[in-house]
Design a protein around this ligand. Structure first.
Ligand SMILES: Nc1ncnc2c1ncn2[C@@H]1O[C@H](COP(=O)(O)OP(=O)(O)OP(=O)(O)O)[C@@H](O)[C@H]1O
Ligand SMILES: [Mg+2]
Length: 324
């Protein structure tokens, strides 16, 4: 159980972008800037942070849909950076990604059956009648039931929640070891969000699948995940066991995120910590703490020193901050 399924070391993704009036100046956008973490077998690992901090880029790197600028991704004991063709095929069968937008991620011209059966076809799993059974089985599991009433329909005939269930079924039908779920509920109506979150929890508990669950919502991460990493402009600023990070947040950024989480008990008022400014783009960064410009605890030392590394402040709880 404790052996990691996935290990990420010093992972970087820089995008080259053209800037300046004539777009002649070549710059680098440091979308993911040297992150490391481990995901255990059967674990739901949360990746949390505001828009633009590099969550989706991290997810795409882990499923090998884009190549890293630097760093290492070890999956099942093997580096995924240099796999031969057979190994890439095996890898593609072991990992899946569920996207944020169920309106864009499903092919509008395919029936629900064909969409869910496609990964079986690609990976040549089962004869046609076996595929029918596998698809029907997974559809019932994700709550598209009775399956017979959905299989000949098209994505536009389904609600957002049903479409996301189709996307989840499609990801699960080939029984992957690892799924990246990229904000699977953020485009859904609030009323059906909870149902899809409950479904993710149920599916995770029933199987040995590991997840990277990407969300900007710490409350969702707390409900689903056992461990999280909090990202800010391409860096992990805090990570560890979910209870430790959420009950005892150490980084000023995590503290601000937590104070923004609505508290259901109306008799309890928590003071909200204001963060100065918004997230900028990780371009032309000064060699210091990424959070410096918005931090309410910064001092001289933070101004002049490099980005702090993560260090352990209690067992299984890490923070990258000079003030801790
Ligand atoms: N292909 C690309 N080319 C250039 N820049 C990119 C590319 N993809 C992402 N970026 C930039 O990289 C940074 C991280 O983007 P990413 O999509 O990973 O963030 P995110 O945390 O998923 O945000 P959101 O919560 O909005 O989905 C952003 O500044 C984004 O503009
Ligand atoms: Mg994203």
């Amino acid at each position: 159980m404790n052996e990691p399924l996935l290990e990420v070391n010093g992972l970087e993704k820089y995008f080259s972008i053209k800037s300046g009036f004539f777009r002649r100046e070549l710059k680098y956008l440091q979308a993911v800037d040297g992150i490391s973490f481990k995901i255990k077998r059967g674990q739901m690992f949360g990746l949390v942070g505001e828009s633009g901090c590099g969550k989706t880029t991290t997810g795409r790197l882990l499923v090998k849909s884009i190549a890293p600028t630097a760093g290492e991704i070890v999956f099942n004991g093997k580096s995924i950076i240099e796999l031969d063709d057979d190994e890439v095929r095996d890898f593609r069968q072991s990992v899946q990604m569920i996207f944020q937008d169920p309106y864009q991620s499903l092919n509008p011209r395919m029936t629900i059956f064909d969409i869910i059966a496609e990964p079986l076809k690609i990976h040549k799993i089962g004869a046609f009648n076996q595929r029918e059974e596998l698809v029907a089985g997974i559809m019932e599991k994700v709550g598209l039931s009775p399956a017979a009433s959905f299989i000949f329909r098209y994505p536009h005939e389904l609600s957002g929640g049903q479409r996301q269930r189709v996307a989840i079924a499609r990801a699960m039908v080939i029984k992957p070891d690892f799924i990246v779920a990229d904000e699977p509920t953020s485009m859904l109506d609030v009323s059906i969000r909870t149902q899809v979150i409950e479904l993710m929890k149920k599916l995770q508990e029933e199987s040995r699948v590991s997840y990277l669950y990407i969300t900007h919502d710490l409350a969702v991460a707390r409900y689903l995940c056992t461990e999280i990493a909090v990202m800010y402009l391409g860096k992990i600023v805090e990570s560890g066991e979910i209870e430790k990070v959420t009950q005892n947040p150490a980084h000023p950024y995590t503290q601000a995120l937590i104070s923004a989480v609505p508290i259901p008990d109306p008799s309890y008022q928590r003071e909200s910590i204001a963060i100065i400014g918004g997230v900028s783009k990780p371009i032309d960064l000064l060699p210091r703490c990424r959070f410096y410009d918005r931090c309410y605890e910064r001092d001289q030392h933070c101004q002049s020193q490099a980005m702090p590394d993560l260090h352990e402040i209690e067992e299984q709880h890490f923070v990258a901050c000079y003030q801790r």
